[in-house]
Design a binder for this molecule. Sequence first.
Ligand code: AMP
Length: 190
Amino acid sequence: MINIVLFGKPGAGKGTQAEFLKEKYNLTHLSTGDIFRYNIKNNTELGQLAKSYMDQGDLVPDAVTIQMLQSEVDQNPDSAGFLFDGFPRTIAQAEALDAFLTTKGQSITATVALEANDEILVQRLLERGKTSGRPDDQDEEKIRNRYQEYNEKTAPLMDFYKAQGKFHAVDGIGAIAEITERLSAVIDSL
Ligand code: AMP
């Protein structure tokens, strides 16, 4: 069983790459952003709670996010492994994930980061916002706030996973298929 954390800044291409990797390695793809958006669309209690944070580009509180993620993992007991996309985003989430997987006799196999320059990514997100309909992609101030959240709360996870010897990074700029190859080379080497 392999459990991979796909890591990277907003717009780095995590969702795009997850679509290929989940097929190739038969993994259950869990994107916390997608799950929140699904809940917002269906106007659930969780969606109502998450919306105010997401619309501003702020992170949803840890307690809510961790509980949601655990419930999604529990709903897939026969999974051959998970591809975590957009989770964990804080040290508290990473610690909770480790503790949770340990109770199941499992662990994170590796974290693979897609690296890209901020200015390229901001332009990419603004471009995506024209068609994605996502309020958090359409306003440069909100996008910048997402990067600030990333720098303050998510970037420290690189050291967290490096300390565990589990951090790998690939260049996230290039053709989609090329980047899938780079990620696959890391996963195949695990
Ligand atoms: P994403 O689709 O991954 O860019 O996530 C969109 C938004 O959902 C983020 O800006 C946060 O508001 C929220 N979100 C997604 N994943 C998490 C997480 N692991 N922790 C907190 N908030 C999250």
